[in-house]
Structure formats: C-alpha cells, structure tokens
Ligand binder design. Structure first.
Ligand SMILES: C[S@@+](CC[C@H](N)C(=O)[O-])C[C@H]1O[C@@H](n2cnc3c(N)ncnc32)[C@H](O)[C@@H]1O
Length: 302
C-alpha cells in the first residue's frame, strides 16, 4: 500500500493502522468486498486504494454512521460544507464550544441525525467512541481539549475517498446476517464485530448486540456457501487473552497481528504489545504460508 490512505474521521476500533497487515490475506482481485460492520470503513477504503475489488458494499447497523459514509462518497463537497457550518458555530456559541457540542448532541438525540451532525459528534467526542445509553440516546462526552477535525481536512479526505469509491459502492444499515445472505462465491466478507470485552465483561455471549453463538452459526453458513472471509476478533495483550475463541469446526486459521504498544499499559509504565486476532477462512488459509513475518497464537502467548 503506497501513500496515505484517507479516512473520514476518528472512529474507535478503526482498522486503519492494521489495514496493511489485513490486506495481505486478501486475494489480489475479487468481485465484491462486503463490510457488514463497517464503522468508518477503513478496510473498504484501503482495499479500494489497491483496486482489489470491482464493487464494494458498506453496512453498519448504526444508520447515521452509514449516512456519513454515503454522503462522503456521493457528495463530498456538500458534506464538507454542511460540516463546516456546524463546526464554525462552536466558536460563536454563547456558552462556549463544549456547550455547543451538548446542543448538537441534543438535536441529534431529538431526531436530527444528519450526516453533518453525526460527523461533528464523531470529530469532537472522546476517542471517537460512539456510545448510546440504555434509553438509546447518544451520550458520549466531548473532548474538551479539542475542537474537532478542521473542515479543510474533512474536505480533503472525503474528496479522496469519493474519488476512490464513487460509482462502485452500495450502502445499507442492516443487521450483519442480512449482508451474509447477499454474499456469493468470488466475493470477500471482511468482519470487524464490536469487541467482546467492551459491553459485557461478565457475559461474553453477547457483545454490543452480536450474540456469540448466532455469529458462529452465521459464519458456518458462509462456509457452506463457499464465501471467503476475514474476521478481526479481539486478541491479547500482556499475556491476557480477550474474547472467546471462534469454534475450531469453522476451520479458520487464526493469526495474531501486531497492533503496537497498548496505550493503557504504557500509561501504567508497562510496554505491552497488543495483538489483534485475524481469522482467515479455510479457502484463504494458503495466503498465510506466503507471508514470512507473522506470529502464531502460541508464539505471541509465550
Ligand atoms: C469495531 S466497529 C468497526 C470499526 C471498523 N472496522 C473501522 O475501521 O472503522 C464495529 C461496528 O459494528 C457495528 N455493529 C454492531 N452490531 C451490529 C450488527 N448486529 N450488525 C451490523 N453492524 C453492527 C457498530 O455500529 C460498529 O460501528
């Protein structure tokens, strides 16, 4: 992958930094890339940079997230202009920029879920982490030290993404299983479901609405259809494993990707490397042999 891969805005769990490693396990050319848990679609964008797929499909259950990507690709100037209007308001807002964030968040929670409002909340919230309370309202706090990505950078990035993807991408905001139904042999499904550890530390069967057994069953259906896939799926840090293993009878190969030093551990004065697991479907497992530098699960745990 040469040059800088553009991204719309920060997004917690983005695979932007891991994209060069993940792409090594994809075929050189294939029909359509499905990204059912797209977030800000880092893997779709990186794959489009290398022109590996002919078509792309972006999906996320969170409709305003998909709206941001759709507008970024279909009408980048309109999105950047509308975002600039919301962004500039914060400097004139009577109560200051933090109060302005709270005001936009309230409008968003009252149904004004436009792409520019979602984009502004993502650009300004703590760690780009989308959080909803039990009442379904977006409740993430603003990062008080920052004003959010400058509209000029947004324009530059969304224009680059639009050039890459306009005319060859479709969008939906559905449950991931409906996307599995669409995929055919010759396509590739890249999955990055929510982290298992985040919401249900005590009960790993559920992770942000994705139930573990249901997920494994749905993957089995991809196996039966002969559809290739890659799954990013938790990992390990400092000898501690996160998340439940996918069942061995799915016949995937599991490798660990080096995701760099853990910020959490660094704050505590440790230098622990975080590894993120990548499960590779059986049909693609020959790709593993062609890549010299990789860590097996046992080596990372040693
Ligand atoms: C870890 S994030 C993906 C981040 C993404 N790889 C990126 O680079 O930005 C997981 C995403 O899955 C979405 N999600 C959660 N449950 C889902 C479901 N049942 N079907 C589809 N998407 C879902 C969340 O809204 C979230 O954006």
């Amino acid at each position: 992958m040469n040059g800088r891969v553009p991204h719309v805005v920060q997004y917690q769990g983005s695979k932007r930094n891991l994209a060069p490693q993940i792409l090594q396990y994809m075929p050189r050319r294939f029909n359509r890339l499905y990204e059912p848990f797209s977030g800000m679609a880092a893997i779709t964008i990186a794959t489009a940079c290398e022109r590996r797929a002919m078509q792309y499909h972006i999906n996320d259950l969170n409709a305003p997230i998909v709206r941001v990507l759709q507008e970024a690709i279909d009408s980048p100037r309109t999105l950047a202009n509308n975002y600039a209007q919301v962004w500039e308001e914060q400097f004139q807002y009577e109560g200051g920029h933090v109060e302005h964030y709270n005001y936009i968040r309230e409008r968003f929670n009252n149904g004004e879920t436009s792409a520019e409002n979602m984009l502004y909340l993502l650009a300004r919230c703590v760690k780009g982490a989308v959080r909803y309370g039990q009442n379904g309202k977006f409740n993430q706090s603003p990062d008080k030290r920052r004003h959010g990505t400058n509209p000029r950078n947004i324009l530059e990035n969304v224009s680059a993404i639009s050039t890459l993807l306009k005319g060859c991408v479709s969008f939906s905001a559905l449950d991931y299983r409906e996307i599995f139904d669409m995929a055919q042999p010759g396509d590739l499904v890249y999955m990055d479901p929510p982290y298992q550890g985040v919401t249900n530390a005590k009960d790993n069967r559920y992770f942000s609405g994705v139930e573990f057994e249901e997920f494994a069953t749905a993957i089995e259906m991809l196996n039966q259809k002969g559809v290739d896939y890659l799954i990013s799926y938790d990992g390990e840090c400092g000898g501690k494993e996160y998340g439940e293993e996918l069942p061995p009878d799915l016949n995937c190969t599991k490798i660990l990707l080096n995701a760099g030093l853990s910020t959490q551990a660094t704050l505590l004065g440790k230098r622990n490397v975080t590894y993120e697991a990548l499960y590779i479907s059986e049909n693609l497992s020959h790709m593993v042999d062609s890549i010299p530098l990789q860590l097996t699960f046992m080596e990372a745990m040693a």
